[in-house]
Design a protein around this ligand. Sequence first.
Ligand code: AMP
Ligand code: GLY
Length: 450
Amino acid sequence: MVSSTVSDASPTPTRILVVGGGGRENALGWALARCPGVEQVLVAPGNGGTADLPGCGQLAIAEGDHVALAAACRDRSIDLVVVGPEAPLAAGLADRLRAEGLAVFGPGADGALLEASKRWAKELMAAAGVPTAAYWSATDRQQALAALEHHGRPLVVKADGLAAGKGVTVAESLEQCREAIEEVFAGRFPVTGPGGEAAAPSLVLEERLEGPEVSVFALTDGCSMVLLPPAQDHKRIGEGDTGPNTGGMGAYAPAPLLDAAGLEQVRGLVLEPVLAALRHRGIDYRGVIFAGLMLTQAGPRVIEFNCRFGDPECETLMPLLGPELAQVLLACARGRLEEAPPLSIEPHCSACVIAAAEGYPGEVRRGDAIHAGLADDPRLQIFHAGSRRAEDGRVVTAGGRVLAVVAQADDFDTAFERAYTALGQVAFKGMTFRRDIGHQVRTRLPVPLP
Ligand code: AMP
Ligand code: GLY
C-alpha cells in the first residue's frame, strides 16, 4: 500500500523493489530505505552487502528474470520498482511491470534506446538540435572505411548497441581507427540489440572532442525534471588518468566544472530538447536521463546518454539526497513529478573511491574473503558491488569493482581523507584502487595511507 502521510498528492512508497546487483543498487537501496514512510526495500539479486543495509532485504532473482520479478512484486505488495542497470531496461522489464499496473522508475525499451543504440541516440540529438560531436554511421566495414578516408583524420569509433562500456575506441591515428573498425565488423565487441539479442555489428564514427567530462543526471516523469548535482567519474584504471577504461574507479560531486548557471545551460541546451524529442516520438520516459558531457571550448557537447544512474556516480550522489527521494522517484514513475515535494540536496562534498579486484578491468580474481566493517559514521558509507555471500557465510569478491567507499564533508580534501582512511580499514587479497581520485578538486595529494 502507498502511504499518504506526507501528502495525498504525492504519496510515499512503502515497499520498494530495486532491481540490480551492483554498487549503484546498494546505494539506491540504502538511500530509499532511509526515507520516512518506506518500510522495506528489497534488492534483486543484490550482492554480498545488501542484506546488511538497514531496512533492506534481498531476493535471489536475476535481473533478467522478468517473470519472477513480476511475481515477486505481486506477492510482496511492491508499490515502486526502481530498475538500476541498462540491460533489463533495454530488454523491456519496465514495460512488462507497467503492464501489470506497477509504478516503475526506469524507461521502457523504447526510451532505453537512448543508451542501447548509439545511432538512434545520435539521430535523436540531431533532430532535437542537441550539441554533440559530428558523426557518421555505418553498417558495413567498407562504408566505415570510406567515411574515415573521406574525413582524413582520426575519428572515435563506437560499436553500436550495449557493449558494457567496451565498444569505444578513441583512436590517435588513422591506422588505429582502421583497426578499430575491422574489430567491430569482425564481431570483437559482443553487441546486444535493444531486446538483449545478439546484434549485427554496426558503428558510429565521431569527431574527436577535447575537454573535461562531467556526468549530469535528470530525474524525470517525461515532462518535468529534477537535476542532481553534477558528478565527475574517473574512467581510467591508472593514477594520472592512464591505462585502459573501466566502469569508473571513483567519483566526486558536486563537480565545480559545472556551476549552477552551467547546469541550467545544460538543462536548456540538452535535457529539455531531448525530453521534447522523446515525447515527439511518443515515448513516455520515466526514470533517469544520464548525460555524459564533454565541456569543450565551444560549450557542452553530449558524449553519450544513458538510461540509468552512473556507477560510481550513484554511490557518490545518494548520500547527498534528501528524505524526499522515495516520493520523488514514485512521482516520476506515476508521471506526476510536479506534485512531489522539492528534492533537498545536502550542501556537502561527496567523495567516492572504488576498491577493485586484482586484474580489473581484465579478468579478475574471485572468491577472496572481504574484510570490511559497516560504517558507523553518518558521513561515511561502504557500498558493496562485486561481492557475494558464500555458502560458509563469508562475504567474498565476485566481480571487478568490489566496494565503493564514500564520504562526505564540508570540503573535498576532508571528504577524500575520510574515504581513504576508511579504505585503509578494508582488505581483500589483490585489492587495487587509485590514490588520486578527485585530483581535480583536492589540494592535498596524495593522501598518506594508514
Ligand atoms: P562512451 O562509452 O560513449 O561514454 O565513451 C567512452 C569514453 O570515450 C568517454 O567517456 C570519452 O572519454 C571517450 N569519448 C567518447 N566519445 C568521444 C568523442 N567524440 N571525443 C573524445 N572522446 C570521446
Ligand atoms: N560511470 C559511468 C557509467 O556508469 O556509465
